[in-house]
Write a protein that binds this ligand. Structure first.
Ligand SMILES: [Mn+2]
Length: 496
């Protein structure tokens, strides 16, 4: 339950009092790991990624990875925090207000300790944790993440790091609009202190020592190739998303709303343990499917036309990205079938180009040729240029910790995980026969590039016309899920 932090100041004081008297005693409710997921990335994974990062860094350099800022949702309530994937990838730390420093070469402090990374974390604070949840803290960071040189954020201001001795100080673009809260060690303060310690001028773009181009380059080269540990989580995220698609196919009825369909997907995700979605779920019935990032999902009846569903579960930090377009009435209409098949063929053509060493551009062209040729042949477009208007987006992207994951986008390499998502969108009043109007189809699958081809990770959800119709005809566990009608908002009593 959400209660306001500010209005509960006396309680806050009380909890501080309790903290003082319970200090040092283990809290059984909070310290047990029982019934918690056990398949998070192990600390060895993150240590391995830091080693790979050091390998890729230029001589005599330091990389600084910053947490994402927190964001206001409503008044004193924040959006659920989503860690910066770089911070999670290189440290395993998932909380805000943190800073990771990775050094190319081993450093020695005044006491003679050797280290090649330092992590500044949120300080444990029982009173704050009662409101916003358990913090890993200093000890947790040392033991669970295996980062011996972990410190509380508040220690950064007096921490001596001689940034002047490095030839390159590499960091991502500073986030704009960072809230500066009461905490003296929040992200705002940490970044102010970093800029000061490293003497970073306001406009650092002309100084070669301060480098955020290499930051993107180095991290893209690492993150675009997935390790076996990452593949385990990605496979799970993708399979969960496919099960969401399948269950909705079985349960779908024309009297359902877009929001209800969204809820079914996301319920299935959570039932399988996915924490959330990797991006706003897109549920577009009929012509709403023509809006590429349609996230309102407000239509109260989807009807029996096509339903475009672009939904991806996020599981332990990795997101899937799967789209299926299905006939909500159970059977594809004739015109719908023709457009669907064209998108399917385009996707197949793109798949065929995939292998270690192939080019993004080749996959792009293969899919686009099928679609534009097809649209011209069907008389929907008079030439290829006009046909391109009905396919206004690229073929795909990397997925991983980000739905649009970092990548170099030149040659495809073994163990990259990408989406292949051609689409055709024909809004009403388009310059073609009326029977095509309002048809929107996207088919999006997730694939791992292999030595000599690809592995279709999202094969769990049907793609072929007949297989989709067959899935829709099946019974769903959700068919019998009925709730009582609401009494408080009958149409007659509507205020507006
Ligand atoms: Mn996508």
């Amino acid at each position: 339950m959400h209660t306001s932090f500010l209005k509960r100041a006396p309680l806050f004081a009380l909890s501080l009092f309790i903290t003082l008297f319970s200090f040092g005693q283990p809290s059984p409710a909070m310290d047990t790991d029982e019934d918690m997921p056990k398949d998070y990335l192990p600390k060895e994974f993150h240590a391995g990624r830091r080693a790979a990062l050091r390998e890729a860094m230029p001589d005599n350099s330091v990389i600084v990875v910053m947490a994402y800022p927190t964001r206001t949702f409503s008044n004193d309530v924040e959006y659920k925090y989503h860690p910066n994937p770089d911070m999670y990838y290189f440290s395993g730390y998932k909380e805000p207000h943190s800073l990771l420093l990775v050094f190319k070469t081993e450093q020695t402090d005044s006491a003679g300790n050797k280290y090649s990374e330092i992590l500044f974390v949120q300080k444990k604070n029982a009173a704050a944790e009662q409101w916003t949840g358990k913090r890993l803290g200093l000890e947790g960071s040392k033991t669970k993440l295996g980062i011996a040189m972990s410190f509380n954020g508040e220690d950064f201001s007096n921490f001596s790091v001689d940034f002047s001795k490095f030839d390159k100080i590499i960091f991502d673009r500073f986030p704009v609009d960072i809230p500066n809260g009461r905490d003296k060690a929040d992200l705002y303060d940490l970044l102010q202190q970093f800029k000061q310690k490293a003497a970073i001028p306001e406009d650092y773009s002309k100084e070669k020592r301060f480098d955020n181009r290499s930051y993107r380059e180095i991290t893209a080269k690492l993150r675009e190739i997935k390790t076996p540990e990452e593949m385990t989580l990605i496979r799970k995220a993708v399979e969960i998303s496919c099960q969401g698609q399948n269950e909705v196919m079985k349960a779908v009825r024309p009297d359902m709303s877009e929001m209800e369909i969204q809820g079914l997907h996301e319920f299935v995700h959570k039932k399988y343990g996915a924490e959330g979605v990797g991006y706003g779920s897109i549920i577009g019935s009929g012509e709403n499917g023509c809006t590429l990032h349609y996230e309102e999902n407000t239509k109260t009846k989807i009807g029996s036309s096509m339903l475009l569903m672009d939904v991806g579960a996020e599981y332990h930090g990795y997101t899937a990205d799967v789209t299926r377009t299905i006939p909500a009435g159970g059977k594809f209409g004739e015109a719908e079938k023709v457009i669907y098949q064209l998108v399917y063929d385009a996707q197949e053509a793109a798949f065929k180009t995939l292998k270690d060493g192939s080019k993004w551009a080749d996959a792009e062209k293969a899919a686009r040729d099928v679609i534009t040729d097809g649209l011209v042949r069907l008389g929907i477009a008079k030439d290829k240029a006009e046909a391109n208007k009905y396919y206004p987006h690229g073929l795909g992207h990397h997925i991983g910790m980000d739905v649009h994951d970092r990548g170099t986008y030149s040659n495809l390499k073994k163990d990259m995980v990408i989406t292949i998502e051609p689409g055709i969108y024909i809004p009403s009043n388009s310059n073609c026969e009326k029977k095509w109007w309002g048809i929107a189809v996207r088919i999006e699958d997730d694939a791992r590039v292999t030595e000599d081809g690809y592995e279709l990770l999202s094969h769990f959800a049907p793609r072929k016309i007949e297989d989709i119709e067959k899935m829709i005809s099946q019974k769903s566990a959700l068919d019998d899920f009925k709730l009582p009608a609401l009494k408080s908002a009958s149409p007659e009593k509507k205020a507006f």
